[in-house]
Design a protein around this ligand. Structure first.
Ligand code: 1HE
Length: 263
């Protein structure tokens, strides 16, 4: 179980096993809808990860991963408060995407609206067959506000997101896997075990390599090629200069490290 500031978060269930922290959205009666309390607790959790944690698994309690924005709180905001609310979500999603360690999400049932925005901020998505993706904002008279317009097109393209928002098209787990919403597709109930397997591999890497993948890769991918290659060279040199890299290279050259094997 979690200790310190992480122990007092009532909308999140947190467990730590070795170097992996498992964080479960815990508002099943409201389908894990993201109210202000839950958003703030996600912020607290991701800004207070224990130093010895190397990977995070994010999942949802109950029948669904996440029903998105808690619509019962929407009526109380004016336009300016709406802008600030969206900017608050952006800060949380950025904290997840550009935090210190990789995040693997386990998706099942509804992954809709803000729930899909949350999933899109994680680094590897594992979907169970029950998962489905939707952006009901169009039907509710809203627009995405949790980073969806920046992150969702990078997974499935502007054309697919446009269709989802204009027509309410819901994409099932298999199509979502084909299109890029999830990297892995597993039977119902098998998502957490798959995420643990992936998180263990991630936690076995040098922390600076993981940091480079999480922090540098998406930024480099957004740059013009000349800038991208320059930043890549700097990041490569920084990673290479770290003691962990030197140890690992020596281990390989002395026959003590694993080979690349076809899986
Ligand atoms: C909620 C919410 C919610 C459920 N806000 N309370 N998101 C949506 O438009 C999705 C709305 N939700 C649904 O379509 C369905 O609830 C689900 C498909 C996710 C699940 O269906 P089901 O049959 O399992 O549950 P339910 O009976 O619909 O809901 C159970 C309870 O959760 C019920 O409350 P109760 O007090 O009557 O028991 C629902 O009202 C409540 N609930 N979803 C508030 N979203 C930063 S911008 C992001 C913009 C968005 O995310 S817009 C998309 C919002």
């Amino acid at each position: 179980p979690a200790t310190g500031v992480l122990a007092g978060l009532d909308h999140l269930h947190i467990e730590i096993s070795g170097k992996v922290l498992h964080l479960r959205l815990n508002r099943p009666a409201k389908r894990n809808a993201l109210n202000d309390g839950l958003i703030m607790q996600l912020q607290t959790a991701f800004t207070n990860l224990p130093a010895d944690v190397s990977a995070v698994i994010l999942s949802g309690e109950g029948e669904h991963f996440c029903a998105g924005l808690d619509l019962s709180e929407l009526t109380e905001r004016n336009t300016f408060e709406g802008v600030l609310h969206s900017r608050g979500w952006h800060a949380v999603m950025d904290q997840i995407q550009f935090g210190p360690v990789p995040v693997v999400s386990v998706l099942h049932g509804a992954v809709v609206g803000g729930g899909l925005e949350l999933a899109s901020a994680t680094h590897i998505r594992v979907a169970e067959h029950s998962a489905y993706y939707g952006l009901p904002e169009g039907q509710r008279g809203l627009f995405v506000g949790g980073g969806g317009s920046a992150r969702v097109p990078r997974l499935v393209g502007v054309h697919c997101m446009t269709d989802m928002m204009l027509t309410g098209a819901v994409i099932d787990a298999h199509e979502g896997w084909q299109r890029g919403f999830s990297r892995y597709l597993v039977p119902d109930g098998a998502g957490f075990a798959k995420a643990c397997e992936l998180a263990a591999k991630i936690a076995g890497n040098a922390p600076l390599s993981n940091f480079a993948v999480v922090q540098a890769l998406p930024r480099i991918a957004d740059m013009p090629q000349g800038d991208a290659l320059f930043v890549e060279a700097l990041m490569a040199a920084i990673a290479q200069g770290d003691a962990a890299a030197k140890q690992r290279l020596r281990a390989f050259l002395e026959g003590r490290a694993g080979k690349v094997v076809k899986q």
